[in-house]
Write a protein that binds this ligand. Structure first.
Ligand code: P6P
Length: 332
């Protein structure tokens, strides 16, 4: 009989002996936010019946955009616990400071509260992405410097996937572990322990509609992925959902590469370093893969501003390194 592990028990058992409660409890807080967002997201389809976004429902509550709801849920759960010195959300211009009346802790939470939320209207899976840093200087904690750290400094990262089932996948640097939400129990139960990228990979994921906007080196890479450009070309199928967490999760389970390159009009692509690329780069590294901006590890990029975008290649190391090869060859 396989053991039953709730995420709370697993977090507690996995924590290093040196850990005190704050880090462990912060992961619990994120699991709670995930349950609350899941509840709301799963009912999103009913908004049409109960009233469209912006309308007031029978309780007189204004229907919020789900990404605003998710953002506010995470902040309201985390801003008063004394575990954080600052937060930063993809939904907000500036860092989120801890209100004066609350104690500041030693961790920083960065998050994309609901990536791909426009997919909700067509019932496509969406996700929350998060990363946790330690503040840099205890006495000065809560500054923007605490947020603008390279992803290699992350102490934890993960995502919540709101799909056919709700999953929470995270790493604290000891492998990647996946938990599936049991709706009756209201518990995340361990369903994927020690997730590793399979090899050989199965998929490549990119929006081919932009092919003409890509530099020749990226076009050459895409043709290689399609088996057209070299005797070492892989045998892959194409899958692209247009929802980063869903595309990432499928490739983590089946092996593959996702990329959103720089292109005409988008010199740094679309994916955000702090809230998306960095945490996913931490995860893929823990799962045996690699993430690059086409020239260097995403993990080593020091953010220059909160909303910095980066060209993004992530998945099986050989596939990502081949992208770097094509870009070098093309002097790009
Ligand atoms: P495109 C969703 O808006 C998102 O940020 C990611 O979830 C997704 O991977 C990407 O944009 C899709 O962008 O340009 O292909 O529609």
């Amino acid at each position: 009989m396989t053991a039953i592990h709730t995420i709370e028990r697993f977090i507690f058992d996995e924590q290093p002996d040196t850990a005190h409660g704050d880090f462990t409890n912060l992961l619990y807080d994120i699991a709670l936010a995930a349950k609350l967002i899941a509840y709301k997201t799963n009912r999103a389809g009913l908004v049409d019946i109960l009233g469209r976004v912006g309308a007031t429902n029978i309780q007189g509550e204004v229907q919020q955009k789900l990404d605003v709801f998710a953002d506010e849920m995470i902040v309201r759960i985390c801003d008063h616990t004394g575990r954080l010195c600052a937060m930063a959300s993809e939904e907000r211009e500036d860092i989120i400071r801890i209100p004066k009346e609350y104690k500041k802790g030693s961790y920083v939470l960065v998050f994309d509260p609901l990536d791909g939320s426009s997919n909700i209207d067509v019932n496509v899976s969406i996700g929350t992405i998060f990363g946790i840093y330690r503040c840099i200087d205890w006495h000065l904690r809560g500054r923007v410097e605490d947020v603008l750290q390279p992803p290699r400094k992350l102490v934890a990262a993960g995502y919540i996937l709101f799909g056919a089932s709700t999953m929470m996948v995270y790493s604290t640097g000891s492998g990647v572990h996946g938990f599936t939400l049991d709706l009756e129990l209201g518990e995340f139960l361990l369903s994927h322990q020690n997730m590793r990228l399979p090899d050989p990979p199965a998929y490549y994921s990119v929006n081919h509609a932009y092919f003409e906007n890509w530099p020749p080196a990226v076009q050459a890479y895409a043709r290689w992925l399609q088996g057209q450009n070299g005797d070492d070309a892989p045998t892959l199928s194409s899958r692209y959902i247009g929802s980063l967490v869903a595309d990432f999760h499928r490739n983590l389970l089946r092996g593959g590469v996702f990329f959103y390159p720089a292109e005409k009009g988008k010199p740094n692509g679309k994916i955000r370093l702090l809230y998306e690329a960095g945490p996913l780069a931490f995860l893929i590294d823990q799962a045996g893969g690699y993430a690059s901006d086409g020239h260097r590890p995403i993990l080593d990029i020091v953010p220059s501003d909160l909303h910095q975008r980066v060209p993004f290649y992530i998945g099986n190391r050989a596939l990502v390194e081949k992208a770097e090869y094509f870009l070098r060859q093309g002097n790009y």
